[in-house]
Design a protein. Structure first.
Length: 618
C-alpha cells in the first residue's frame, strides 16, 4: 500500500493569479525515494513557485526572484532546496525580513543543497541569478537562428537541470503550481509552458517589456520551460497552433497541420485533455532532443520538418505525455519508463488512428529493432531492467521495452479491456506521482483482479524488475518494412540500387535500409551508394546521420566533408551523438576529426549536448 502525505493548501492572495490547485500527494514508499534531490519533502515541501525574472542576453543570465510557498509539518523550521551554481543575493520571508541560509557542498550534476531557516514563515523569496554555465539554458547568438538577426534563449529542464535557473525542490515527485513574470528586451517575445496571460508584452522600462504566465495545475518542476526570441505564432485550430521564428513559420505550420486531429484522437483513446491549449514551439537546430513535453507548449526540434510528415510522430509522442508523464509522473528517474514507455505506446496508438495501421506498424517494428540493439549493446544485464538507474537508462530501453510491455498486456487481455483500464488509471492518478510498484499494484487490483492464470501469463515482475526481454513480448511486424528488407537483401548480396527505387521512401524506410546494410563496406561500394542516392548531401537529418555512421565505420574519406557540415548544423542528441561515438571508435582516424569538428561546433550546441559529447570524447 502506498503511503501519502497530503497537507492543506495555503491560500496566497494575488491580484493577478487565481489560487492554484491543492498540493498533490507525496509518495513515501522506499521505491519513491529520490536520490537526485537534496530536498526533504516529507517534512517541508514547495507547493507553488512565483517567478519574477529578467532575461539578460548581454550578461547571459536570468536574474530576479523566486517566491516559494512552503508546506511544512508543525515545528519544522527549515526547508531544503536544490540549486546548481546559482548566485544567491538574499533570502527573505514574505514580509521582507531576512532569513538565514546555507549552501552545502556541490555534488556534480546533483548541484548543492540550499538550506533555509524559515522559522514560522511559509512564504519565502529568493533573490538570485543563474550562473554563466547554467546547464538548463541554451543561449544562441543571431547566427544560429533562422532569421540571423536576433538572439535566442531556450531552457531544457529534464531531468534535473532546472535547478540551474530556478531555486526549488527539483524532483519529479514534488509537483508544484507556478506563475511567472518574465522581462525581456522589447524586440523579443517570451513564451512559457503555461497559460499566457499577456499575449503582447507590457512595457517595463526603456528597451524592455514583460510577459505573465500561469500554471495553476501541479506539475513536476522539470516541466517549467521558457523560450525567448524572435517568435511568431500561427493557429491550426481553436486550441492548437505553432510558434517558431517567422521566417520558417508557414512551412512548419503546414508540416504540423495534423496537430489538432492528434489531440482529438488522443482524447478518444484515453480521455479528456486537461491542459487547455496544446501548442508546439519549433526551436532552432541546437535543441538537443526530438521534443520536450512541456505542458501546453511542446518544444520540438526542426529536424522533424522533412516536408512529408513522416516524422511528426514526435509530436504524437510529446502530446501523449500530456497523460503519461505530465498527468501521472514517475516519482523518481529510476522509473522513467512510466513516462517514456507509456508515452511511446500511446504515441503509436495515436499514429494508428491519424495515419493508419500500417504507419503505426512501421514505427513499432523499427522500435523493436532499436530494442534488440539496446539489449545487445547494454554494458551489463542490470542495465536492461525497466526499474533501473536513476541517472538514466541504457539507450532507449525505457521507451521501447516499456512500450513493448504495455503492448504485450494489450494483446493478452484485449484492446477494449486494456483501454478501459488505462483510462481509469489516468483518472485515478491524475496530477500525482507514481512508482513501478504503485503501477503494478494498481494493475493487479483493477485489471488482473486475482486471476492467477492471467498474472502468470503477463509476467509483470519479470518485465519491470528483471533484465532482458520476457518470452511473451509482442513484436508487431510491418509489411512496408518487409518490402524494404527484400531490397536490402538484394543490395547486401551485391546488387546495385538506384534513386528511382527509393523515390517516395519515408524516413523510416530509409532508416531500415541504411541501418540494415552490412557494417563492413568497401570504399568503392560506399561511393556507389553515395553517388546514386546523394546520401552525403541529404537534407533529411535522420538519413544523413545513419549514412554517416556507416561511412565512419569504414573510414570513408569522402564523407569527411559531410561530417564537417552536418555536425555543427544539428544539435539533436539522437542524431549527433552516434556520429561522435562512431568517430571515437575509429581511433587515430576518427578522433582527430571528432575533436576538430567539436572545437568549432560546440558553441552551436546546448550545454547538455556539450557535456554528452565531452564525455564521449573523454
Amino acid at each position: 500500500m502506498r503511503h501519502l502525505i497530503i497537507l492543506a493548501a495555503l491560500a496566497v492572495a494575488s491580484p493577478v493569479f487565481a489560487a492554484p490547485d491543492a498540493p498533490s500527494p507525496i509518495l513515501t514508499t522506499p521505491e519513491a525515494g529520490d536520490v537526485l534531490t537534496h530536498a526533504q519533502p516529507q517534512v517541508a515541501r514547495v507547493t507553488h513557485v512565483d517567478l519574477d525574472l529578467t532575461v539578460d542576453f548581454a550578461a547571459k543570465n536570468i536574474r530576479g526572484t523566486a517566491a516559494l510557498d512552503i508546506l511544512a509539518k508543525p515545528g519544522v523550521a527549515q526547508v531544503v532546496l536544490d540549486i546548481d551554481k546559482l548566485a544567491i543575493a538574499k533570502i527573505t520571508d514574505g514580509a521582507g525580513r531576512p532569513l538565514k541560509y546555507a549552501i552545502g557542498k556541490h555534488e556534480g550534476e546533483k548541484g548543492a543543497p540550499l538550506t533555509i531557516q524559515i522559522g514560522a514563515a511559509r512564504r519565502i523569496v529568493v533573490t538570485y541569478a543563474s550562473g554563466p554555465d547554467a546547464e538548463a539554458l541554451g543561449w544562441l547568438p543571431p547566427s544560429l537562428t533562422a532569421g540571423k538577426k536576433k538572439p535566442y534563449l531556450f531552457t531544457q529542464g529534464q531531468a534535473i537541470l532546472n535547478r540551474s535557473w530556478i531555486p526549488t525542490q527539483d524532483s519529479p515527485g514534488i509537483r508544484q503550481s507556478w506563475t511567472a513574470k518574465i522581462t525581456v528586451p522589447s524586440d523579443l517575445v517570451a513564451v512559457m509552458s503555461a497559460e499566457r496571460l499577456t499575449p503582447a508584452g507590457i512595457p517595463a522600462g526603456k528597451g524592455w517589456h514583460s510577459y505573465r504566465f500561469r500554471m495553476d495545475r501541479n506539475v513536476p518542476p522539470y516541466l517549467i520551460a521558457l523560450a525567448v526570441g524572435d517568435i511568431g505564432f500561427k493557429a491550426i485550430d481553436g486550441r492548437t497552433g505553432v510558434y517558431s521564428e517567422p521566417a520558417v513559420l508557414p512551412a512548419y505550420a503546414t508540416e504540423l497541420s495534423d496537430t489538432g486531429k492528434m489531440v482529438t484522437t488522443a482524447e478518444g483513446i484515453y480521455g479528456k485533455y486537461r491542459w487547455g491549449r496544446y501548442d508546439v514551439l519549433v526551436l532552432p537546430p541546437s535543441f538537443p532532443y526530438g521534443g520536450m513535453e512541456n505542458p501546453t507548449l511542446t518544444f520540438a526540434t526542426p529536424t522533424i520538418m522533412t516536408g512529408d510528415k513522416s516524422n511528426v510522430d514526435v509530436i504524437a509522442h510529446e502530446l501523449a505525455h500530456s497523460w503519461s508523464g505530465n498527468l501521472v509522473t514517475n516519482a523518481t528517474w529510476s522509473d522513467n519508463w512510466l513516462n517514456e514507455g507509456f508515452t511511446t505506446y500511446f504515441e503509436n496508438r495515436i499514429d494508428e488512428v491519424v495515419y493508419g495501421k500500417e504507419r503505426a506498424a512501421v514505427l513499432a517494428d523499427l522500435a523493436w529493432d532499436d530494442l534488440q540493439r539496446d539489449l545487445k549493446r547494454a554494458p551489463k544485464p542490470e542495465a536492461t531492467r525497466l526499474h533501473g538507474d536513476p541517472n538514466g537508462e541504457y539507450g532507449e530501453l525505457a521507451y521501447n521495452k516499456g512500450s513493448t510491455f504495455l503492448r504485450t498486456i494489450e494483446f493478452t487481455v484485449g484492446r477494449a479491456r486494456w483501454d478501459a483500464y488505462l483510462t481509469s488509471y489516468f483518472d485515478r492518478h491524475a496530477f500525482q506521482p507514481q512508482t513501478s510498484a504503485g503501477f503494478l499494484a494498481d494493475l493487479r487490483a483493477n485489471l488482473i483482479k486475482g486471476d492467477q492464470a492471467l498474472e502468470a501469463k503477463l509476467q509483470l515482475d519479470r518485465w519491470v524488475y528483471e533484465p532482458g526481454l520476457p518470452d511473451n513480448a509482442v513484436h508487431v511486424k510491418s509489411e512496408t518494412l518487409a518490402r524494404i528488407d527484400q531490397v536490402l537483401a538484394r543490395v547486401a548480396g551485391g546488387a546495385s540500387i538506384t534513386a528511382a527505387e527509393t523515390r517516395g521512401w519515408s524516413t523510416q524506410e530509409w532508416l531500415r535500409f541504411l541501418n540494415g546494410l552490412p557494417r563492413q563496406q568497401t570504399t568503392a561500394r560506399l561511393g556507389a551508394f553515395d553517388e546514386a542516392l546523394g546520401l552525403s548531401k541529404s537534407p533529411n537529418a535522420y538519413i544523413r546521420s545513419a549514412w554517416l555512421e556507416l561511412a565512419i565505420a569504414n573510414r570513408y574519406e569522402p564523407a569527411v566533408t559531410s561530417i564537417e557540415q552536418f555536425l555543427p548544423s544539428v544539435g539533436r542528441n539522437l542524431l549527433v551523438l552516434p556520429v561522435y561515438r562512431g568517430l571515437k571508435a575509429q581511433g587515430e582516424w576518427g578522433m582527430p576529426i571528432a575533436r576538430r569538428v567539436f572545437a568549432s561546433a560546440r558553441g552551436n550546441y546546448h550545454p547538455a549536448t556539450v557535456a554528452a559529447i565531452s564525455k564521449i570524447l573523454g
